[in-house]
Design a binder for this molecule. Structure first.
Ligand code: BEZ
Ligand code: MG
Length: 573
């Protein structure tokens, strides 16, 4: 192949990669403002949401995914080598989809169904259930009884229960203002959740292999309670797949046991999984904690070769090197001490109360080194301090991983992702003497994606923090909106502190967008000088701690602005 040919092939690939990244950012559903308690959602916010809702099969409503119906109607089902539709087909389908949603909003279901028949040969009996579902959703979005329910709850009256999830995951969360119920932990993972989690677990392993060669032997997995309620146990199911076991239901249809999936069926090694579960998970999913612990012990006892069963390999190696018992060598489920919650890593970062990064990882272990499960004598282990066992388990970790399953809350929206996933990664870094690969799965779209932490931080920064649609939406909320922007910057900083996952350009663009732009700075300091000041201080801290190689003149300006904000706040005080 000649050089110029190679260059043009390479150039085409780069253009395509860039195109895909832009489409990814464009298609990302983002909140364009905060939910105001008691206020129904606005019409203009609805189109994107409705489009996402119809992107998935909804068997409970007899509705198939609209993109599939349109693709079939247009005869655009041919996929490329990667199993994906050509970009031009995707664009065409998306355009018809958008038109039909617009028709639905403007003229109702019949108009949308007619348009789909005319433009994409989608038979009305197939499109009708989709728009029937949307009709129900839009009616329920128009009403809002949250304030009413709150008052009734304060009076001690009965509040109707409803499921907890986001609207895209489960449209039956509507109407809001109900008493969110959890799920029966014995139903976790549900059959659907276990089935769909296989591809997530396999994709995670594939992604690691692409970048690092062999299978990872050990993965640190973060499990949260609310996430597993919303998905009926996706995180749990992923852990079981990695270990190579399947849930077994008893006569009452309760998941109480696991059984090994044969190595012939699994066609890969069983991966060692170190689980750090939140206090909420520990409390709500006590039988599931037991199930996960049982799964690890079962796998460790399988008489299989080391290179196909990393749990057994590590347990037996540890018994030999530490002269310990099998029970100790199989401890993999960790959480807080009974009655305690959280890692406190977020508080330490937010308060700037730390000198060395390793302190953050040590704090994570101090808070999370309590073992849960049952030993071989059948004795319950209920929050037994097991720092050494956790240190040993973390020292083997090659991958740190968490599942993201909601549109509403991402990596930089709250400080909990970096306190958990960042915290465990930092703890691994010291104990394994290397930074683990850090991945997140994104099951928000039809296609499962595994992204590195850096890719996810970049996507969040582009789609939210630095996106005018997002920050202008926030600024409509005045004081609170500025606080949200500052939160995002601080949470981004949390990813520098715990995982060094933030590129310089992100801080540079944050500074240029919110501080060095005079008109914007005036708006921020007018609406909320406290948060404006915190934002500037956080940028200076990012530079001070070596996370942001800032331009000296920009830095000088930031320092001046910081002083002037301090003067302003003293005047306010
Ligand atoms: C949980 O659902 O387990 C959780 C929620 C918020 C922060 C951390 C964990
Ligand atoms: Mg850097």
């Amino acid at each position: 192949m000649s050089d110029s040919k190679l260059n043009s092939v390479e150039r085409d690939k780069r253009v395509l990669d860039l195109y895909e990244q832009l489409v990814e950012i464009e298609h990302r559903l983002i909140p364009t403002g905060l939910h105001v308690f008691g206020r129904p959602s606005q019409a203009e916010e609805k189109a994107d949401l409705l489009r996402m809702i119809v992107s998935f099969d909804r068997s409970e409503s007899g509705a198939r995914a609209l993109p599939d119906l349109v693709a079939e109607g247009l005869g655009l089902t041919q996929t490329n080598e990667a199993g994906r539709l050509e970009a031009s087909s995707d664009e065409r389908i998306d355009s018809v989809l958008k038109q039909s949603i617009q028709q639905f909003i403007l003229n109702g279901p019949q108009a949308a169904e007619t348009l789909l028949l005319r433009e994409a040969n989608v038979p009305v009996p197939l499109s009708h259930p989709v728009f029937d579902l949307l009709l129900g959703v839009t009616e329920q979005l128009k009403t809002n009884t949250e304030l009413d329910s709150l008052v009734r709850a304060l009076r001690g009256e009965f509040i109707e229960p409803g499921p907890g999830a986001d609207i895209v995951q489960n449209p039956s969360v509507l109407p809001t203002g109900r008493n969110t119920h959890a799920i029966n932990p014995y139903s976790v993972p549900s059959v659907i959740s276990f089935t769909r989690s296989r591809i997530v677990a396999e994709s995670l392993l594939e992604r690691f292999k692409e970048e690092h060669g062999p299978y990872p032997e050990t993965i640190a997995l973060v499990l949260w309670g609310l996430d597993n309620i919303k998905t009926q146990g996706d995180g749990v199911a992923q852990a079981l797949w990695l270990l190579g076991v399947r849930p077994v239901r008893d006569a009452l249809n309760r998941v109480t046991q696991v059984e090994p999936i044969s190595l012939e069926e699994l066609r890969r090694p069983r991966i060692d999984v170190v689980m750090t579960v939140s206090g909420i998970f520990r409390d709500l999913f006590s039988p599931t904690v037991q199930l996960l612990d049982r799964a690890v012990r079962l796998v460790a006892h399988l008489d299989e070769p080391y290179d196909l069963n990393y749990v057994r390999k590590h347990a037996l190696e540890q018994i030999e090197s530490d002269q310990c018992e099998m029970d100790d060598a199989c401890t993999r489920v960790f959480s807080n001490a009974p009655g305690s919650y959280g890692t406190n890593v977020n508080f330490m970062v937010m308060d700037s109360q730390w000198d060395r990064e390793e302190t953050l990882g040590d704090l994570f272990v101090t808070r999370k080194c309590f073992a849960y499960g049952r030993d071989s004598q059948g004795q319950a282990i209920e929050g037994l301090e097991a720092r050494k066992a956790m240190d040993r388990a973390l020292a083997r970790v090659q991958v740190a991983y968490q599942n993201i399953d909601t549109f509403e809350i991402g990596l930089t929206d709250v400080d909990h992702y970096f306190e958990y996933l960042g915290g465990v990664s930092k703890a691994v870094e010291k104990r394994a003497q290397r930074r683990p690969a850090i991945y997140l799965s994104d099951t928000l779209t039809r296609e499962v994606k595994i992204r590195s932490l850096e890719e996810t931080v970049t996507l969040e920064s582009r789609a939210k923090t630095l996106n005018p649609k997002w920050y202008e939406g926030m600024l409509k909320h005045g004081f609170r909106g500025v606080a949200e922007i500052e939160n995002h910057v601080s949470n981004t900083f949390g990813w520098s502190a715990t995982a060094d996952a933030v590129d310089d350009w992100i801080y540079t663009e944050v500074a240029e967008t919110f501080v060095l732009d005079e008109a914007m700075l005036d708006r921020l300091r007018g609406l909320n000088p406290h948060s404006a000041h915190s934002l500037v201080q956080r940028l200076l801290e990012a530079n001070g701690r070596g996370y942001w190689d800032a331009d000296p003149s920009a830095l000088e300006k930031l320092r001046d602005i910081n002083r002037s904000l301090e003067d302003q706040l003293e005047g306010v005080a």
